[in-house]
Design a protein around this ligand. Structure first.
Ligand SMILES: Cc1cc2nc3c(=O)[nH]c(=O)nc-3n(C[C@H](O)[C@H](O)[C@H](O)COP(=O)(O)OP(=O)(O)OC[C@H]3O[C@@H](n4cnc5c(N)ncnc54)[C@H](O)[C@@H]3O)c2cc1C
Length: 459
């Protein structure tokens, strides 16, 4: 069908294997089963990693309550009727229905990039951390969007405790035990709360560290945290965190973090080796390398039918797409970048692509925000869902039940449930496997020539 030929299958190119990419491709492979079998259609998913990350579980992965492999969903297994290409789309020329991608093979072959033509385009590259030009941030900041970052941060926190425990220098000890998190949305608050909880527990295994020695600081530019759960539950979350000695600073910004000192807008100087940046997201950079319309924040302009505005055969959803919120009272509001919208949009998106291929009418995306749940550490949480407010243990239970019901595939649900059950029966995992990040280090040391001490051979 591409370029007027009748023999080639209609190729649907899905850019991104996250929430939208995976769920859209999953639904399409079910709906287009007959076309796929007959060779009339083909679904190609281009994604940098061979897995979808269930991001709401990252804080629990950082705390060690869920192992990293169970936070991700293997795309090749789930999307068994799609073609998975591990790579990154660098640009899209939609007028020519062509995407340019870099894969591991193009890097190896030295060819740089290859072109891939398509008939229908689904752009779902999500978002990246929205950073500000804060001096030192690029060199010292740690993000919290990927499973690698979550596990890296866990290892880093435990490593800081090891440093603090073994140094005799009080300045090094204080800096190692100070943890600064910037951004009070669910990613920052959950990550901080889970890690603080884990470190508090871990401290009991150190002869010279007490939980009170660790300093946790949450820096938030606005006057509230967790806007997703509403003002009242946000205030509760602040009280809960402060009750654990966590220093929550509202209407405060990070001014710089050079030379291992975080400087805040209220004048505080915090020597620290840990600055975690969770101050919002911005659309994936690849969108700027397309000939498709973007809004002032860089999201793809979309209709409520999830089609990219003003062009045919291009679709988008999730964090990358500015989809009108048709349920909002104020005109012009777009759906917030969250998983709640991403999953539901993916369903409508797949149905609309199928309908468009079959010449049927398209559906409008409509979903009123249902509220949110957030974990504040083991057995602690806050929730505001469908008007119902919960806090403490019931909210934490609801958080777990909700996310267990949402994590894709029965296989993952069973594994996560088994892990939670086991961790309820046994002691918490307190090990840091930071050396996994440098697997060759030991071998390099063993294989290195012995040091030359300047000894002369005796004659
Ligand atoms: C720590 C954390 C906790 C969260 N908790 C919640 C929560 O409790 N509730 C909630 O509603 N939301 C939550 N979110 C937000 C939610 O995860 C996102 O809104 C959701 O993932 C958006 O889905 P998406 O498909 O648009 O993007 P993603 O799921 O991020 O997927 C984008 C995919 O595109 C890939 N990609 C990027 N660029 C390219 C390219 N050039 N070529 C090919 N592929 C590319 C990426 O690698 C990724 O695989 C959380 C987010 C984080 C970080």
């Amino acid at each position: 069908m591409r370029h007027g030929t009748v023999t080639e299958p209609a190729r649907i190119l899905v850019v991104g294997g996250g929430y939208v990419g995976m769920y859209t491709a999953l639904r399409l492979q079910r709906q287009l089963r007959a076309e796929l079998r007959a060779g009339a259609a083909e679904i190609v998913v281009v994604t940098p990693e061979p897995y979808m990350t269930y991001q709401p579980f990252l804080p629990e992965a950082a705390a060690g309550s869920i192992s990293p492999r169970h936070v991700v969903v293997p795309l090749r297994r789930v999307l068994d009727r799609c073609r998975i290409v591990i790579g990154e789309v660098r640009s899209v020329d939609h007028a020519k229905r062509t995407a340019t991608l870099a894969t591991l093979a193009t890097a190896e072959e030295g060819t740089g990039a290859v072109d891939l033509t398509y008939d229908e385009l689904v752009l779902a590259p999500g978002s990246v951390s929205r950073t500000l030009p804060v001096p030192g941030l690029l060199d010292h900041g740690i993000g919290f969007k990927t499973v690698e970052e979550a596990i890296g941060l866990r290892n880093h926190v435990i490593e800081q405790m090891d440093i603090a425990s073994s140094t005799r220098d009080p300045a090094i000890r204080d800096a190692a035990l100070t943890f600064v998190f910037v951004g009070g949305g669910y990613a920052g608050v959950e990550a901080l709360a889970e890690l603080e909880d884990m470190a508090r527990y871990t401290a009991r295994y150190y002869h010279n560290l007490k939980p009170e020695d660790l300093r946790w600081v949450l820096v938030e530019a606005s006057d509230r945290i967790l806007p997703e759960v509403g003002a009242e539950m946000g205030r509760y979350a602040i009280r809960e965190l402060r009750g654990r000695n966590i220093d929550v600073r509202l209407e405060t910004r990070l001014e710089s973090c050079e030379d291992r000192v975080a400087v805040l807008s209220d004048g505080t100087r915090l020597p620290t080796r840990t600055v975690v940046w969770t101050a919002g997201v911005k659309p994936a950079p690849v969108l700027a390398a397309t000939d498709l319309p973007l809004n002032e924040r860089g999201r793809l302009r979309c209709t409520s039918r999830l089609a990219v505005e003003g062009v045919d055969h291009a679709w988008a959803a999730g964090d990358a797409a500015a989809v009108p919120d048709v349920t909002a009272e104020e005109p012009g509001r777009e759906c917030a970048p969250n998983a709640q919208h991403a999953v539901r949009q993916a369903k409508v998106l797949a149905e609309n692509i199928t309908a468009s291929l079959r010449g049927q009418p398209l559906k409008e995306y409509e979903h009123a925000y249902a509220g949110s749940v957030a974990s504040l550490g083991l057995h602690k949480g806050v929730a505001h869902v469908y008007g119902r407010k919960l806090k403490g243990y019931p909210a934490w239970l609801m958080h777990r039940a909700y996310h267990l019901s949402r994590v894709p595939t029965f296989n993952r649900k069973a594994r996560v449930l088994a892990e939670w059950t086991l961790s309820g029966l046994f002691k918490r995992e307190i090990v840091s496997l930071g050396s996994l990040e440098h697997p060759r280090a030991e071998f390099e040391l063993a294989a290195a020539p012995p040091p030359d001490h300047g000894d002369k051979p005796s004659s």
